[in-house]
Each structure stands twice: as C-alpha cells, then as structure tokens.
Ligand binder design. Structure first.
Ligand SMILES: C[S@@+](CC[C@H](N)C(=O)[O-])C[C@H]1O[C@@H](n2cnc3c(N)ncnc32)[C@H](O)[C@@H]1O
Length: 214
C-alpha cells in the first residue's frame, strides 16, 4: 500500500498531468539486479516502494508448472505501476501468463518496456477492460491504490478477487495506518465465498491473504 507524502497525488489517472521525465533505476527483483525505466506521474518512480518490498518478501511461492488441464497458469498484478510485482512474477514463473493491470497509460507503457528489457514475453500490461472475462487467476499480488478512495478500491477488489481459481490466493499489501485492518474486515465480510486473513506484518504494513472459503 502506498506511503503518504512522497508520492505523486494522481498517479492513478489515465493520462498523468505531470510532465513525463523518464529515467532508469536499478532495482533488485526476484534475486537479480534489473535496470528499469520509470517516470514522473506514476507511483513510486524513484525506488521500489517499501510496501511492495514487504509484499514481495511475504508472498508464498507461486504455483509451479501448468494447470492440471495442461494450460498455463494465469498470474495477476493488480495495479502494476512501472511493473515490479509483475516482473517478479514473470521472473519466478516464466512459463506462466502474467497480467499487469493499470489504468495509468504511462505506467502500462513503462511496464511493457520493462518486460521487454527483462526478457519477459508472457507479461502483458493491460487496461482492466482488456482482460477477457473468462480468465481466472492462480495468484493475485497487489499493492492496491488506497488513494483512489474506499468506493473505488472496494469496487476494484470486488471485480478481481472473485476471479481466483478454486485453489488460488491473493496477497495484498496495505499500510497499517491507512486502513489495513478495516480493509481486512470489509473484505472478509463483503467478498462472498472468500476468506481474508492477515498473512504477515512488517515495517508498518500488513499483507492480507484472500482465499476461497473452506
Ligand atoms: C500503490 S500503486 C502500486 C504500483 C506498483 N505495483 C508498485 O508496487 O510499485 C497502485 C497502482 O494501481 C493503479 N490503479 C488505480 N486504479 C486502478 C484500477 N481500477 N485498476 C487497476 N489499477 C489501478 C494505480 O494507477 C497505481 O499504479
């Protein structure tokens, strides 16, 4: 979940108003150093966000190999920014399809370029409406955009979390003092057929895990 003042206020708009200043930074993802392109007008353009670091350290291993029916696993990074979460998924499971979703066109363009540079051909950066309705996700990882406000955040989670496969799991990182516990209570209460629990807590962040009931 995002940290307050250092971040741009409107990184979640389709066309950020901030002038586009692109630059390269080196980050460590999935155990290797990666040169990535970032830009103003998107979330955490200067570094790997602390909440994202907590998420990536806390998630369990992604499901391995293809599905029982032989098709590729489908992995989702909900709210990709410049792509650190999706790039990690793609590095860990190069045989899976990775969907990196965002509403910010600049973020999508950066994620596409970073995927090409990282050699991740199965990583697709897409707008939410571009994902076919029948895609189900074996894993969803997200540092969700708390700043969009409760109604939009809830709508986003109600749209994507029910699309987990029966054995799938979602992991969301949320800052404790920006409503992690109330989001957990809301999700557990309101997302039908899904159970939400705290999977980890570190550096002021909670990682919530969402799975199917039972
Ligand atoms: C907190 S940032 C995380 C970015 C990136 N995953 C990271 O860890 O650096 C949340 C992202 O969600 C995006 N977002 C906002 N509304 C969205 C929506 N309805 N669907 C998908 N992504 C959205 C924002 O544009 C932003 O890039």
């Amino acid at each position: 979940m995002d940290e307050p003042p250092a971040e741009p206020q409107h990184y979640f708009t389709a066309q950020p108003a901030a002038p586009e200043e692109r630059r390269r930074i080196t980050v460590r993802l999935a155990g290797r150093e990666l040169d990535v392109e970032v830009a103003s007008g998107i979330f955490s353009p200067g570094r790997l966000d602390l909440g994202t670091q907590v998420l990536l350290r806390s998630v369990p291993p992604l499901p391995d190999g293809p599905r029982a029916d032989g098709t590729a696993r489908q992995l989702l990074d909900l709210g990709c920014g410049w792509g650190p979460v999706a790039l990690t998924q793609a590095a860990q499971r190069p045989e899976a399809d990775v969907w990196a979703l965002d509403v910010n066109e600049r973020a999508l363009d950066l994620t596409r370029r970073n995927a090409v540079a990282a050699g991740a051909p199965r990583l697709r950066a897409a707008r939410p409406d571009d994902v076919p309705d029948d895609v189900r996700f074996d894993a969803i990882w997200s540092n969700p955009p708390i700043r969009v406000g409760k109604a939009a955040l809830h709508a986003m989670l109600e749209r994507w979390l029910p699309r987990l496969t029966p054995d799938g799991a979602a992991h969301l990182v949320v800052q404790r003092n920006l409503g992690a516990d109330s989001l957990q209570a809301w999700a557990d209460d309101r997302l039908e057929g899904l159970t939400t629990a705290r999977a980890a807590s570190a550096k002021g962040f909670r990682v919530l895990e969402v799975r199917r009931d039972g």
